[in-house]
Design a binder for this molecule. Structure first.
Ligand code: ZN
Length: 454
């Protein structure tokens, strides 16, 4: 790493870790507004897509989504990189498993999404150093800090993911030993290396952490990390307890996607939005304002613009403030994607009501604590269920949980049908709950039409 990148990294580490503190939420928001105004003033004229919007405030700028971001990819970055160029390079990296290539000094990466077109991100060298500083500040436990600064040995990080990136390897330095474990090769073949590395920080998708926890409990893996971090997937309650039991530590989460670094777990074990770097507008999903879809603006990234970008995720807020003293919004959970929401009918009516994934997870946890891995897929009025072990008693427990949940919510129980359990490979993103198709609401339309005719 070049000396100016290292200085940049250290500056952002210190600033994020100790300096960016606010007395109140109002103070944080006022500061954010100032930063955003300066960011827009400087960046809108430089970015082809936004040039015509210069002078506008954030609220007046268009809300975009993944489809728009991909369609206008070249106009939304200031490196004049086309989507074709970026995708070709990213795919070539994925196929060769060599993630170090760049395009004119810009790192290109692909999202690990499994559905629809994949997101593409661009970061400059300076942005990578800044990101690394912020990430280390958020992820490093306090007891590893003296080791990082004064210790004879580097802090060892094990990172399991579907694809590596220059972004992540920016962390590699004399003080940090970062090792990427390629999930395309599965989990088990990495065990000797993982054991030899003996990482202080273990980072992986939740279902991989769960597998490592299982191996540790069986005595097949003897690592004792000081921090365990779940990324890239919903952290399911059963995995969470298994991981915590095996490693004897609370699981932390980093909510990092193509569009930005959005949330992290604080030292009190609570998820916080990363509002010192990203502005997050909630698009509320319920009247009680407990769940929302985030519309994000990253006012710290300039190469590729992420301005009022509507994500496809559902977040649930935490109703109590966190005792760590941070004033950034605390979250109860990252629930999953918008298309993980199931839609069941109101009892005796046609109207559809949202059944959020965490309601399902809670119902299952309450019904059977020892339920193995499962899948739920809604296809119209039918709910297909699969269980890893295939035992009929387990399937009965799952059916009962779904029926009781429907009763509690005053909804009709969907037609429950079993399907075969298919285990994905280690590199695929696990989604236990999915709405493949919503039920038809034809009858409602007909009823309304009838009213009009009458
Ligand atoms: Zn906190």
């Amino acid at each position: 790493m070049k000396i100016n990148d290292l200085c940049n990294l250290l500056f952002h580490f210190v600033r994020t870790r100790w300096l960016l503190r606010f007395r109140s939420r109002a103070a944080l928001q006022a500061w954010q507004q100032k930063k955003i105004a300066a960011f827009l003033k400087q960046q809108l004229p430089l970015t082809p897509f936004y040039r015509k919007h210069k002078g506008l405030t954030l609220q007046d700028l268009p809300v975009i989504d993944k489809a728009i971001a991909l369609e206008y990819f070249q106009q939304m970055n200031i490196a004049n990189i086309s989507l074709e160029q970026a995708s070709a390079l990213a795919l070539q990296s994925e196929n060769s498993r060599n993630f170090s290539t760049e395009l004119d000094g810009i790192t290109v990466g692909l999202s690990s999404g499994t559905q629809g077109p994949r997101g593409v991100f661009l970061t400059s060298r300076q942005e990578r150093a800044k990101w690394a500083g912020i990430m280390i500040a958020r992820a490093l436990p306090a007891d590893l800090l003296p080791g990082l600064v004064f210790g004879a040995q580097a802090v060892k990080i094990a990172f399991f993911l579907r694809a590596n990136s220059n972004l992540y390897t920016t962390l590699n330095s004399k003080r940090i030993h970062f090792k990427f474990y390629d999930l395309y090769k599965g989990v088990d073949m990495h065990l000797p290396d993982l054991q030899a590395q003996a990482p202080a920080i273990l980072v992986a998708p939740a279902h991989i952490l769960s597998r490592l926890a299982e191996l540790k409990m069986q005595g097949a893996l003897a690592i004792s990390p000081q921090r365990v971090i779940s990324v890239a997937e919903v952290l399911e309650p059963d995995d969470k307890s298994r991981i915590e039991a095996a490693f004897g530590l609370p699981v932390h989460q980093l909510y990092q996607c193509t569009e930005g670094f959005l949330a992290y777990t604080c030292e009190s074990g609570v998820l916080h939005l990363n509002e010192e770097f990203v502005h997050i507008e909630p698009e509320w999903l319920d009247q009680e304002k407990t769940r929302f879809v985030p519309i994000i603006t990253d006012f710290t990234r300039t190469t590729q613009k992420v301005i009022r970008y509507r994500l496809n995720d559902v977040l649930r807020i935490r109703d109590a403030p966190c005792d760590c003293g941070r004033v950034s919004q605390a979250l109860a959970a990252i629930e999953g994607r918008c298309d993980d929401i199931l839609w069941w009918r109101k009892y005796g009516e046609q109207e559809l009501v949202a059944v959020y994934p965490d309601m399902i997870r809670h119902a299952i946890t309450m019904a059977a604590s020892s339920l193995p891995d499962y899948r739920l897929e809604q296809h119209g009025d039918e709910l297909l269920m699969a269980i890893q072990s295939g035992q009929s008693a387990m399937m009965d427990a799952l059916s009962t949980a779904m029926t009781e949940l429907a009763n509690r919510l005053g909804l009709q129980t969907p037609v429950l049908t079993s399907m075969a359990y298919v285990m994905g490979d280690a590199s695929s993103k696990r989604r236990r709950i999915r709405c493949v198709t919503r039920p038809e609401v034809q009858a409602v339309i007909e009823k309304n039409a009838g009213v009009i005719h009458a």
